[in-house]
Design a binder for this molecule. Structure first.
Ligand code: R1P
Length: 301
């Protein structure tokens, strides 16, 4: 940290830069494509007409702001996990005037045979799987809450309108591609694990995790779960808590097959990632921010 910060409640420097992303008003657009991986962000930024601003923060965030088809967009790499998603959504919200549309483009494990590696999943909603620390604690404060090793939340919806736009641009982008690139899988759920290992059911003999059944339990609780990763459900949750000013959707390329224990080949990622990145930008610039102001878009019951 170089600058003097004020306000311990929401730290910003004298120019208004937020603490972790290190951007200020005017440096982030109302339309944001977010990824985990910095290389993915830089590759997608090649599609922009122009880049007006770029910053890497010392806390691991990368912000690239420019124009796509003449419309201001930001591409932001945030690293991994719910915590980074929280920094990103709150600090971006703090420096952007007006409503914000966010689409996350990540990678995930698939929990369904209909989404093999190379597929792209567009979830309708998401939930979280959290390691229950009290289960592992010798002295849980409330033993009644300590009998289950992983806690599975209810669901948080993606924005219906942005999701629909995303499905359309992705299907158009992947249509006619070679086998192993696509299909686009829609209408199911994403699960965020609070970690890559224990909460996602990976077996690690070096640790006490009691996670042999976590995926089975998640699927029994939410049978339409397609994807397992670490950020998108948190994005949906935070959007829901942003008092109507943030709308979010997400898509993830399937890297890991958690049903049959397979992994995507690098040559497929090379073809898939740029196609999806461009399709996400295409969807983002179609979002009507004014209409969002008036009504927002929700799933029909
Ligand atoms: C784990 O390897 C990371 O990959 C997935 C997970 O959600 C987690 O962040 O997403 P990204 O490829 O977007 O980082």
């Amino acid at each position: 940290m170089k600058e003097t910060l004020t306000n311990a409640n929401f730290p910003q420097d004298a120019e208004g830069h937020v603490y972790h992303i290190n951007v200020k008003r005017g440096q982030v657009a109302n339309r944001i494509l977010t990824v985990g991986d910095h290389h993915r962000a830089r590759a997608i930024a090649k599609h922009l007409d122009q880049i007006d601003f770029e910053r890497s923060s010392q806390r691991g965030f990368l912000t690239i702001t420019g124009r796509y088809k003449g419309i201001p967009v930001s591409i932001m790499a945030i690293g991994m996990g719910n915590c980074m998603m929280d920094f990103f959504v709150r600090e971006s919200r703090a420096v952007v005037d007006g409503d914000i549309a966010i689409i996350r483009f990540g990678s995930c494990g698939s929990l369904t045979a209909r989404a093999p590696p190379g597929s792209v999943i567009v979830p309708k909603a998401g939930y979280c799987i959290r390691r229950n620390l009290d289960y592992f604690c010798d002295t849980p404060l409330n033993p009644a809450l300590a009998d289950t090793p992983y806690l599975i939340s209810g669901t948080f919806p993606a924005d219906a309108g942005i999701t629909e736009l995303l499905e359309t641009t992705l299907k158009a982008a992947l249509e006619g591609q070679q086998a192993d690139v696509g299909p686009v899988i829609t209408g199911g759920l994403n699960a965020d694990g609070c970690s890559f290992y224990s909460a996602q059911g990976r077996q690690d003999p070096q640790f006490w995790d009691d996670n042999q059944d976590v995926i089975k339990t998640a699927l029994a609780t939410h049978p339409t779960t397609d994807a397992l990763e670490m950020e998108t459900s948190m994005l949906f949750h935070l959007a829901q808590c942003a008092k109507g000013t943030v709308r979010a959707a997400g898509c993830m390329q399937v890297f890991a097959d958690r049903v049959n224990n397979g992994f995507i080949r690098p040559e497929i990622v090379k073809i898939l990632e740029p196609l999806v990145g461009k399709a996400v930008l295409d969807a983002l610039v179609l979002v009507d921010l004014e209409a969002m102001n008036e009504a927002g878009t929700v799933w029909e019951q």
